[in-house]
Design a protein around this ligand. Structure first.
Ligand SMILES: Cc1cc2nc3c(=O)[nH]c(=O)nc-3n(C[C@H](O)[C@H](O)[C@H](O)COP(=O)(O)O)c2cc1C
Length: 380
């Protein structure tokens, strides 16, 4: 087996191992994928400033995100259908994260349920909430997250309506997979994935199925989303959820300084500069480009984090240098999971930590907490 040296290697192995409809679900953005591609290429355009002959011994990547100590400032972002990339995927990713010492976020649209993940892990994880029309159900999800010991609620604000991903429509993406002749033919080329999936009972949206009357027959992601996502979501709902939850609150999906100010006023503990990994508004700028403006606007009032396009430790370093107090990765860990299960998520975290540590050192820093805009080579 070829040696895995970077996230691109994990991505390639993921692509080969997992049925096309689930791989494509991860590796695509909305419409023309302009924003999806920009997230990555904007990082690539930023240059780092090398320093030499600086003592580089005893380096540290440890810091705090919303008061929680982390081995490096990288959390696993909430991603739906993670349990379809590898059987029991959310449990495996959560285990890898807790062993490594970084936060794991469980999506509302996960395959393994809140209770499943809590039973199979030992440290608290974060729960991501989508706001649905059925507010009683929202209240029950918040209650379940509390009962499971979740240490923060990540409230996603940028998915009241859904962007279109062409490939998901063409592939007939659904859980369990729709068995069209094309999908069956493709799955027959992925025997290891099929066998593992047959060996688990976790093949549905288990946070939802069995918990809301009338959705026992739920099979289609698109159908559920269209019916349940709440287009009326507004800042009063955010206040309601903040009070209902009462714990650490993280607002996800902020792309504008005006919204960042409202997020800071809402009493949340952190906000995530995010365009949903280029899966919602195609044509939105790259997150790393809007980060500095948001840090300027509210960086002294609320922790500002960023996600989107992070594929390396160098990317994390650039985000921290531009004022982020933390980052999240979505696709990078999904590639690892789809490639090699729990080991692959661990490998993804090791790769990023190693790149972050060495790149920070090349720039003349020993402690991630000290990194600042000096690390960035000034734009011409
Ligand atoms: C396959 C996939 C599923 C996602 N599902 C969710 C989700 O259920 N909830 C959510 O808030 N964000 C979701 N996101 C967005 C991620 O949380 C995150 O914002 C994004 O992946 C960051 O960009 P990156 O993938 O380039 O790291 C998803 C992203 C991907 C790639």
């Amino acid at each position: 087996m070829a040696i895995i040296t970077n996230i691109a290697d994990l991505r390639e192995r993921h692509r080969r191992r997992v049925p096309r409809m689930f791989y494509d679900y991860v590796d695509s953005g909305s419409w023309d994928e302009l924003t999806y591609r920009d997230n990555e290429s904007a990082f690539a355009r930023i240059r780092l400033r090398q320093r030499v002959a600086v003592n580089l011994e005893n380096r540290s990547l440890r810091m705090r995100m919303i008061g929680e100590e982390v081995a490096m400032p990288v959390a696993l972002a909430p991603t739906g259908l993670t349990g379809m990339q590898w059987a029991d995927g959310e449990i495996l990713a959560a285990r890898a994260a807790e062993k490594f010492g970084v936060p794991f976020t469980l999506s509302t649209m996960s395959v393994c349920s809140i209770e499943d993940v809590a039973a199979q892990t030992t440290k608290p994880f974060w729960f991501q909430l989508y706001v649905m029309r059925d507010r009683d159900f929202i209240a029950s999800l918040v209650e379940r997250a509390r009962a499971a010991g979740c240490s923060a609620l990540v409230l996603t604000l940028d998915l009241q309506i859904m962007g279109q991903r062409h490939q998901d429509l063409k592939n007939g993406l659904s859980t369990p997979p729709r068995l069209t002749p094309g999908n069956i033919a493709n799955m027959m080329t992925k025997p290891a994935w099929c066998l593992a999936m047959l060996g688990t009972r976790r093949r549905q949206f288990r946070n939802l199925v069995g918990h809301i009357p009338g959705v026992e027959n739920l099979t289609s992601l698109a159908q559920w989303s269209a019916e349940q996502l709440d287009p009326t979501l507004n800042w009063e709902d955010v206040a309601w959820i903040r009070d209902l939850w009462g714990g650490k609150l993280i607002l996800k999906g902020i792309m504008d300084p005006a919204d960042a100010r409202l997020a800071a006023e809402s009493g949340a503990d952190a906000l995530i500069v995010s365009n949903h990994g280029g899966r919602q508004l195609d044509g939105a700028p790259a997150t790393i480009e809007v980060l500095p403006g948001i840090v300027d606007a509210v960086g002294d009032q609320i922790e500002v984090w960023v996600d989107g396009g992070i594929r390396s430790g160098q990317d994390v370093l650039k985000a921290m240098a531009l004022g982020a107090k933390g980052t999240l990765i979505g696709r990078a860990f999904n590639y690892g999971l789809g490639a090699m299960g729990e080991r692959g998520v661990t490998r993804c975290l090791e790769i990023i930590a190693n790149e972050l540590d060495l790149s920070m050192a090349f720039c003349g820093y020993r402690d991630i907490n000290d990194v600042n805009a000096d690390v960035i080579w000034p734009a011409a």
